[in-house]
Design a protein around this ligand. Structure first.
Ligand code: ATP
Length: 231
């Protein structure tokens, strides 16, 4: 490949408090136009990886680069530079309206509605009154309608009916086809593989397997590694 990854990490280790590291010595790259899916059982360190890459959690060691430049900037600064994080709790503010949620994220409301037209009739409703799926649409629309260069998203399909999950993942795929670099944390291996270009399987905080989505689909043991609970 030519050029520079949007986001990359070398030797990344991260954890919490006095406990040992949760992820150790990770190398990864995220290029424009690709969807990379991070798979792995509960507790493997997927969320921690996402947080350390985003600046929400400062790494213990290793280097994160944004557009080729080493960064230690906190999340809000990286957000201004074009990084979008959709965290596990989706961070939709329940007692603000949908419109207010979009504005707080500095999202282009028109662009958000182009992506999810069904949000239009809910713009002035409090987000807490929407269904879980609609709230997830707000979170994704808010992230994408700032036209980020990279999207890091934690369990977008969690708790959604399969059709809605497909819809959200399809929106992500389309954004990647437009040049966005995407890292998706997913528990649902099957739906993740339908949109991914590449797959990374984490176990015990380290990369247990990585390769193309095509190779992952042909390697049942890889998928097993992504599912099997940690011993
Ligand atoms: P899950 O699907 O369960 O979220 P995951 O692969 O995303 O799993 P992480 O959330 O990164 O895994 O968690 C990995 C380990 O780090 C777990 O043992 C968890 O208990 C621990 N951990 C996660 N968040 C914190 C925190 N805020 N403080 C302390 N320990 C944490």
């Amino acid at each position: 490949r030519s050029g520079t990854p949007v986001l990359s990490a070398r030797g990344l280790s991260a954890g919490y408090g006095d406990a040992g590291p949760v992820v150790r010595d990770l190398d990864l790259e995220l290029w424009p136009g690709e969807v990379v899916t991070l798979l792995g059982p509960n507790g493997a360190g997927k969320t921690t990886t996402l947080l350390a890459l985003s600046g929400a959690l400062q790494p213990r060691s290793g280097v994160v680069r944004w557009g080729g430049q080493i960064t230690t900037a906190p999340l809000h600064q990286r957000a201004r530079a074009g990084l979008a994080l959709v965290p596990e709790d989706k961070s939709v503010i329940m007692n603000l309206t949908v419109r207010e949620n979009l504005r707080i994220g500095r999202a282009d409301v028109g662009l958000a509605l182009e992506t999810f037209p069904e949000l239009e009739s809910h713009l002035d409703r409090r987000a807490g009154l929407l269904s879980g799926g609609q709230q997830q649409m707000v979170a994704l629309a808010r992230a994408l309608a700032r036209r980020p260069a990279a999207l890091l998203a934690d369990e977008l399909s969690l708790g959604l009916a399969p059709r809605l999950a497909e819809r959200l993942l399809g929106v992500v795929r389309a954004a990647a086809d437009g040049g966005l670099a995407v890292l998706l944390v997913e528990q649902h291996v099957r739906s993740a593989l339908t949109v991914a270009d590449r797959v990374i399987v984490l176990r015990h905080g380290q990369i247990a397997w990585s390769g193309s989505a095509e190779r992952a689909r042909e390697a049942p043991d890889v998928l097993l590694g992504a599912y099997l609970p940690l011993a």
